[in-house]
Design a protein around this ligand. Sequence first.
Ligand SMILES: [Zn+2]
Length: 697
Amino acid sequence: MPARRSRSAGVQHGPKCLPALRGARTGRSPARSEGERPRDPAKRETLKRLGALGLLALVDAGALASCGPRVLSPRARERKVIVLGLDGLDPQIVDRMMAAGKLRHMQRLRGISRLRNLTSSIPPQSPVAWATFITGRDPGGHRIYDFVHRDPQTYELVNAVARTSPPAVSLPFGQWRVPLSSSRAELHRAGTAFWDILADRGIPCEVYRVPSNFPPRDTGVKQLAGLGTPDLRGTNGTCAYYTDAPTTAPAATEYVHRIRVRNGRAKGRLIGPRNSLRSGIPDTWLDFDLSIDRDHALAKISIQGRDLLLRVGEWSDWVPVKFAMVPGLKTVSGILRFYLKQASPHFGLYAGPINFDPMDPALPIAALPGFARDMAERFGRFHTLGFPQDTNALDAEILDEGEYLHQSGMIVDEARRIYHSVLNQFQRGLLFYYFSTSDRTQHMFWRTMDPLHPAHDARSARDYGLAIEDCYQTCDGIVGDALEACDSDTTLVVLSDHGFAPLYRKFNLNTWLAAHGYLALRSRAKTTGKLSEGADWNNTTAYALGLNSIYINVRGREARGTVAEEDRQRVAQALARELRKVRDPIGGERVFENVYLADEVYSGARGPETPDLIAGYARGYRCSSASGLGKIAPQAIEDNEGKWSGDHCIDRTVVPGILLANKPIRAQRPALPDVTVGVLDEFGLPAPDDMQGHSIW
Ligand SMILES: [Zn+2]
């Protein structure tokens, strides 16, 4: 399938400039008043120098116009656009619930705009899809292809959205390295965010919790980062569970800290960030004391001079902690919540992932500088982790369904409290607010509403069978909040990045590639190990890493590539043909709805991180997490008996998102970039040449 309405790359006028706008007039750039000065300091400086040389009028006006501010119509200046991102809201479920009268605010919008299915990205993964919406470009343009990419030199996984690195300059001092510069994080996303196009024309923008935006670039727009923002350990969320119980679920092992309770007292150790300022990069930690009253089902946690008293079943508020990186010189601040799960017969204390403290974040979780702190001063501390619902703890049976839903409820309540305040103060420009709860609830609770699911059981169906519907109703309330904030000058756009489907059967793509001669393994004994250790790269033609990405082992690109670049496409085509024929040995269903060649579906030049094929699984199937992480399993295909029971990292034709608005949507089959262009259109701005969409209005 060819790239959808792909356009030629925009003309770049230097690294800081925005792409040329479609239909930009080539006449003289309009006279600028003081109030219309470009926000970009580099552009301001250029204009100042040109002005001083008396050359402003002679400059190619078209080039300058593409970088500089525009004169907006009075209507556009007063315009308000609210974009509400509800991750993973599925059109079939929305339809069904609307028919039952359960989503009255969305129903009201449907009456105006009609409910449209929104075509997602290839693949329909949240980081990829939101980056497509942010930039109006397919992954070839924004360069986020999967949750994870691989380093072709090491075949190891790397973060697709951001790179973090320790201080570039540090001074050796005994066992320490004293930092002389700050830790760095860099956003990998290419292309221009649509809010930067608006801000460059003087339109105020605020962007909250949007995925694929960590760390946010400081372009003069207020932003709080979302999915992709790590915890202090650098992970998507690592909890700890302190217990004296002799056994826990096997999956909990990596999170469990065994403690010894004597006379009602115990000690716990909270593991903090790894210390890149010490040789060997060891973990940092801090110890805390526990006083346990089993008779009264109480525990006191004494941590860094603070005493917290929790009853069984009670959550703490955010607890600030500091980890010493260089004693007396450098600390890293975090926040976490404790939950006292039980006191007897065994003690059990859950410590949630340690979030960056918005009062003092060690990495830029927000832009403008100081914005996270300003928010924390206004609203109190809040979660900053991009994936705040602890799905790992539910999977590992550290939290049960009810406890998980309670945590999820606290997260959405906290986000919504800030959202209300932001909505109330919103005067003009763009407000883009994102909620993740619908995605996570569907991932974890699909099994409870689907009797066909291998992990379906009567108890969880009875107790939690309505968890997804409840969550959709919460989302409907969030839409209602936005509707209340709308006046006649406000456009409201509600979208999800993809829909949802059951995950019945897991496909280990690497096992299949090994069985079909594409992936060579060093010995049978290593077939349960890591690909990076067990693969015989010198005899490997193709391998899979990430949930949808397949790579040909290309000579000159991969460290031990075997396929010449000129043969890459031929090998990819042959593999795609073979994969399209794969059938489930049980039932005979097709495992793949589509298998795409990256060269045919992505615009722009290939980079070393670009996959060669993208697997589009059929409804009910998905790549196994093990395969995605580069592990081989004994069987290529097996039932999914885990709690993570719904998914969307399959073929985009199977899981479209939704699109609603408070004005008619004319596009019949809108895709994510069409919404991006539609938002610019609301402010009277044409889309840059390199955006792939057409306005939805
Ligand atoms: Zn998801």
